[in-house]
Design a protein around this ligand. Structure first.
Ligand code: WTA
Length: 661
């Protein structure tokens, strides 16, 4: 660190609006060609061969992009490959057998390291076991597992035999598991007895068992014994012990199934505007090429690195940037089971220090928590191994960006603020750390080959300085292909067609991610947040309709409106306005029932920050709930115009109830 006095340094950082990556970084960066955006634009779509070239293909593809039936685009058609062979076998064959593939640390501090050789062996054993249980190519296998190595092992085992996985975040409830298994008609489940959270052994199997009671078909289950004697569990009929299966199949050799580039690699359910979660379908060739390319270009991943994305594999970030991207590149990827503040608030920094982590990728909500805890925690540890930092999941405000830059990166690491979605498969808008100037708070320009454009309500590009809707005007390899079993919803939710009739011209089709954004003079995009009824709590996407229907399912509740209110650490928090049925009293017991209803239907992540009982909801004369107003009340902001309300008096009533809480 420089000798500059602390106060001056703070002042300088607070004012500085742009930062250039240091030469210590750019000198070694994977991508340094300043013209890469122009050359991708000129060579589009053939530019994406650069991504496909990072993979090993069984059959070479014939066409880079088939856009004959928009918006059902196909990438690398005619090619075939296997994702697990790309993440494992080829590294083992190329001399990296003894390199660590996964370094895992459990919350209580035990560690496990899997070399590429070890990982391949265990993946083959489990793939053989899955086959013995009856799993065939194209059967969807549900994985309901926390952050333990068996999760990526099961993913790769599925990929090896061509069975798409559907990972359900371990924090989701039993009901959420059942909904997803039913929607995917998934007849196989891999789960575990439990896991550690802040020192406690959590019972996970109980939740899985409860979920299974809501599944409307037979299911074969595999249970990983994570907790041993700490939590005894019993296997019922149709349940198998993971350890026994792997032992029985130890040494098995399972040929990777050659998959068509467009064959499904996995499904991932995500929240949308309506109550039903959407099954986002990702394919083998385009997704893997895109995650490998972005891991290399944006996260600057090198095989000899120790790379750590501190997300959960239950979300897309973990799929793309803990498992598939890093392993396709043959690097060492870290996994940590627990929370950042257990046993102490320096836990993550301890892991960076002891593992010499080179690249660290996390979410703004975590950075805001670190900021709140104070710089003493990172200062206890040697973080000098870090070369690059990243964020994802929600907008990062410049203050949090600068804190991260100074206190974690010691002003020597570029930060990539990466905008993307479950649906995009990988990063879309971000600076390239070896080339671009960084502007705190603004994600950056679109990646090479990505036509991200901010448009107005007529679909026309906005002038610099203006805000509008973020769109993507050309397809990209990592894009979702459809919503599982629901092509119609896929088109309705994401695509606008700018022509009078169903058009075959790809130029007429535009992808809408449902985010608002602002464009600046340098073409940098600042993402402002969702423009639909989806809220972003601690970087997790939640549909307000899903939460509302959970609340309305609680007996005694007549109506509910859920909105996001601003929150210091979570970014947004859930505020639930609830109208009770006649004769029902607002009470602590009722409050608890509403909270339990939400936790039961979705999980603790959707837990309301506040439940506000109200006799009425503010409605327009046409009967629409004025959500904007409820958001202002929740955030403690000045209220917008209330003159169009049918029942203006209710606003004061609601405000007084919020301030009582
Ligand atoms: C938001 C997570 C601002 C955005 C990978 C998007 C962001 C939603 C950023 C997707 C960012 C993600 N800046 N907002 N860098 N990254 N978002 O599907 O609203 O869980 O639409 O994917 O998160 O959330 P999802």
């Amino acid at each position: 660190m420089s000798d500059e006095p602390e106060v001056e340094l703070e002042a300088r950082l607070a004012e500085q609006e742009s930062f250039d990556p240091p030469s210590s970084f750019t000198d070694q960066a994977n991508v340094t060609d300043a013209d890469v955006r122009e050359s991708f634009a000129e060579e589009w779509p053939e530019c994406w061969e650069a991504a496909a070239d990072l993979l090993t293909w069984d059959e070479p593809y014939a066409t880079v992009l088939d856009d004959s039936n928009p918006p059902f685009y196909e990438w690398f058609t005619g090619g075939s490959l296997n994702a697990s062979a790309n993440c494992l076998d080829r590294h083992v064959e190329n001399g990296s057998k003894n390199r660590a593939a996964i370094k895992w640390e459990g919350e209580p501090g035990e560690t496990r390291t899997y070399t590429y050789g070890d990982l391949l062996n265990e993946v083959e054993a489990f793939a053989a076991a899955l086959r013995d249980l009856g799993v065939e190519e194209d059967d969807v296998v549900t994985l309901y597992l926390p952050m333990i190595p068996e999760l990526p092992i099961a993913m790769l085992a599925c990929a090896r035999i061509g069975a798409p996985h559907s990972v359900v975040f371990a924090g989701f409830s039993a009901d959420a598991l059942a909904t997803r298994m039913n929607a995917a008609e998934s007849e196989y489940l891999v789960t575990c007895d439990g896991y550690y959270r802040r020192g406690d052994a959590l019972n996970h199997k109980e939740k899985a068992d409860k979920g299974l009671r809501g599944v409307d078909h037979d299911v074969e289950t595999v249970v990983v014994d994570r907790l041993g004697d700490e939590l005894k569990h019993f296997l019922g009929a149709s349940a198998h012990d993971y350890g026994d299966l792997v032992d029985e199949h130890a040494g098995a050799s399972v040929e990777p199934v050659s998959r068509d580039a467009e064959d499904m690699l996995f499904l991932m359910y995500t929240s949308g505007t309506t109550g039903e979660p959407k099954g986002v379908k990702h394919t083998t060739g385009g997704y893997l090429a895109y995650t490998a390319w972005t891991s290399r270009a944006v996260l600057d991943v090198k095989p000899e690195d120790t790379y750590w994305c501190a997300a959960d594999i239950g979300w897309i970030t973990g799929h793309s940037y803990i498992v598939y991207g890093p392993l396709a590149l043959g690097t060492t990827t870290m996994m940590y089971e627990g929370t950042p503040d257990y046993p102490e608030r320096d836990r993550l920094w301890e892991l960076v220090e002891t593992n010499d982590v080179d690249v660290f990728y996390t979410a703004p909500t975590a950075i805001r928590a670190f900021m709140k805890w104070g710089s003493e925690y990172p200062e206890r540890r040697d973080l000098s191994s870090l070369r690059l930092l990243g964020t994802v999941g929600e907008p990062i405000n410049p203050r949090a960006w600068k804190w991260y830059y100074k206190h974690i990166g010691d002003e020597g690491c570029p930060i990539v603020d990466t905008w993307w979605q479950t649906e995009t498969g990988g990063m879309m808008v971000t600076t390239l750390p070896g080339i671009d100037t960084m502007k705190p708070g603004s994600a950056g320009p679109p990646l090479p080959g990505i036509d991200a454009t901010v448009v107005d309500t007529d679909g026309e590009p906005v002038e610099p300085g203006n805000a509008g809707y973020l769109t993507v005007q050309q397809p990209w390899p990592g894009m979702l292909r459809t919503l599982y079993n629901n092509d119609e919803r896929f088109i309705d939710e994401y695509w606008r067609e700018y022509s009078d009739t169903d058009s075959d011209d790809p130029e007429d089709w535009v992808y809408f991610p449902e985010d608002g954004a602002k464009l600046d003079d340098d073409g940098y995009i600042t993402v402002l947040g969702r423009v639909d009824d989806v809220i972003n709590v601690s970087g997790h996407r939640l549909g307000t309709m899903e939460i509302e229907s959970a609340i309305v399912g609680v007996s005694g509740v007549a109506e509910a409106a859920v909105v996001g209110g601003t929150h210091d650490v979570k970014g947004e928090a859930v505020y639930a306005y609830v109208i009770l049925e006649d004769g029902q009293e607002a009470s602590d017991a009722m409050y608890d029932r509403v909270v339990e209803g939400v936790e039961g239907a979705i999980g603790p992540i959707a837990r309301p920050e506040e439940v506000i009982f109200t006799p009425e909801l503010p409605k327009t004369r046409s009967g629409k709930i004025m959500r904007r107003l409820l958001e202002d009340v929740a955030s403690g902001d000045e209220l917008g115009d209330t003159s169009t309300l049918r029942n203006p008096a209710v606003v004061e009533e609601i405000q007084s109830r919020v301030s009582e809480e």
